[in-house]
Design a protein around this ligand. Structure first.
Ligand code: BG6
Length: 490
């Protein structure tokens, strides 16, 4: 098991401390780290919210959230009692700087500890909160600021946020979260690629036919529908999570795991993405929106019903044929798809290798399939390599694909920490390697903005798909045109 290194004593101030992300992810993550002994001494979690709430009411809220969101058996009274002592609720409207006084008082006298402001709020508040820290003299030498995604809704708004926050905090103090970078398997992608020499010679055009990246969700937009309707799947998932997966799949070997080395390589991939402009959005992208259907037999409403019957062209599904214009990946398409209310929750990266150059097994009789490496992100994390093998028995060669399986959970036999556990600890340690640098965020927006402009200019149709399916049929045509198909989940 990985070594557990306690982090320095800290004050973590969460803006949006009563919000959904805090309750579902941040506080459970901190609880786990506390339980494992990684949070030391009198480190504090200071939750800032606008609601009039007593300290006890806040504690009741967190306890209920932990009981609901921790896995069975993970909540225990003793850990909760010591964890609760760390929590302080502060009522403040971040936009009203007169209300910052109380926060200043709570933080006063603790300037020597690591101070982290976690902004789990709307991106429009990032600039004003950073300015509030500066105006109230709350930025210490060891202060850091964490920006939840999305950083903006397009290049221009991201640039403005980066400028505003950058006017108060230096780039090394700014941590832009993409929680996919904290997922165990995403990190394992680096281990797989750069901890083994086996794959490197094959990880390129000439050996790889194409790459498929799928992030499929069963959940619909639920309570976030108003917010989501202004965003859509391209901005919500592709601009960040899927492009980060593309980057880690496609990067050149960094010289080290140094905080800048990996990010320097990722930005090269983002800059090499071929723009999808104008009319080419019709042939290289697909937009979809779910209609009523059923997930595992349970009926679910359509997106427009959830929106209260309003009309909307917001996509809940997107598929893209992305291309990376460099020597390694020339003519190797990266097919990306993500959507809500799909058949099953399932995320994976598939490296599809090329066909054998010449089959010695007569085609009609034997079905020789190209090798495939599948890196499974969710729900079961692991790696599978598909190879052709002979079916045992007499009577010639009966070939079929078999998989060499590595399930991380079975192999290492530990609970998989949630991505936020790792990312919070990395912020507290001051290690930005797993966070997005300003240039990455802006380059990703530039690529995505071009697609959005193309959709608007061409009024690209938003195809309907039945909830519980694999998305619109147009998504199959995207690959069919290239003589390929989405590979079945495995
Ligand atoms: C978030 C998106 O960033 O990622 C959500 O805003 C999405 O819409 C979520 O549901 C998916 O995360 P995970 O870890 O469940 O794959």
């Amino acid at each position: 098991m990985a070594k557990l290194v306690p982090v320095q004593v800290f004050d973590l101030i969460i803006f949006g401390g009563t919000g959904d992300l805090s309750m579902r992810k941040l506080l459970p993550a901190l609880y786990h780290r506390d339980r494992d002994g990684q949070v030391i001494e009198d480190s504090r979690v200071i939750a800032v919210g606008r609601g009039d709430m007593s300290q006890q009411e806040y504690l009741n809220m967190v306890e209920a959230a932990l009981r609901a969101n921790l896995a069975d058996g993970d909540f225990d009274e003793e850990t909760w009692r010591s964890f609760a002592k760390r929590l302080t609720y502060v009522k403040a409207d971040a936009l009203n700087h007169n209300e910052w006084q109380h926060l200043g008082e709570v933080l006063g006298g603790f300037e020597d500890r690591v101070r982290v402001a976690y902004l789990a709020t709307a991106p429009s508040l990032f600039g004003p909160i950073a300015a509030g820290f500066r105006a109230n003299n709350l930025i210490t030498e060891t202060s850091r600021i964490v920006l939840e995604k999305p950083v903006g809704t397009d290049y221009a708004s991201a640039w403005k946020i980066n400028e505003e926050v950058g006017a108060c905090f230096s780039e090394s103090q700014i941590f832009r979260i993409d929680h996919y970078l904290g997922k165990e398997t995403v990190q394992n992608l680096l281990a797989l690629r750069f901890g083994n020499s086996l794959f490197e010679p094959l990880w390129r055009r000439g050996s790889v036919d194409h790459v498929q990246i799928t992030v499929a969700e069963e959940l619909g937009v639920g309570g976030r529908v108003e917010f989501y309707d202004r965003i859509g799947a391209l901005r919500d998932m592709v601009q960040n999570h899927l492009l980060q997966l593309v980057c880690l799949t496609a990067i050149e070997a960094p010289s080290s795991l140094d905080q800048e080395a990996v990010r320097d390589e990722k930005i090269k991939v983002l800059r090499a993405l071929r723009p999808i402009e104008g009319d080419s959005v019709r042939t290289r992208t697909v937009r979809g929106q779910y209609a009523a259907g059923a997930i595992h037999g349970t009926p679910v409403p359509g997106y427009l019903d959830e929106l209260g019957g309003k009309a909307s062209r917001t996509e809940t599904f997107v598929a893209i044929k992305a291309e990376i214009e460099n020597w390694r990946w020339s003519n190797v398409p990266f097919y990306l798809r993500t959507g809500k209310r799909l058949k099953t929750k399932h995320s994976e990266i598939v490296i599809q290798f090329q066909d054998v150059p010449h089959s010695i097994f007569p085609e009609q009789e034997y079905n020789v399939k190209p090798n495939r490496l599948t890196i499974k992100l969710q729900p079961d994390e692991g790696v599978k390599l598909f190879v052709m093998a002979k079916e045992p028995g007499p009577g010639g060669f009966d070939l079929r694909p078999v998989s060499l399986d590595l399930s991380f959970e079975e192999t290492f036999g530990i609970r998989y920490p949630d991505a936020y556990e790792r990312l919070l600890m990395e912020v507290l340690r001051g290690n930005p390697a797993l966070f997005m640098r300003r240039d990455e965020v802006e380059a990703a927006w530039e690529w995505v903005d071009t697609i959005i402009a193309g959709w608007e200019a061409t009024q690209t149709k938003v195809e309907s798909y039945v909830a519980g399916s694999w998305g619109p049929t147009a998504s199959s045509f995207l690959l069919d045109r290239d003589g390929r198909e989405w590979l079945p989940e495995n």
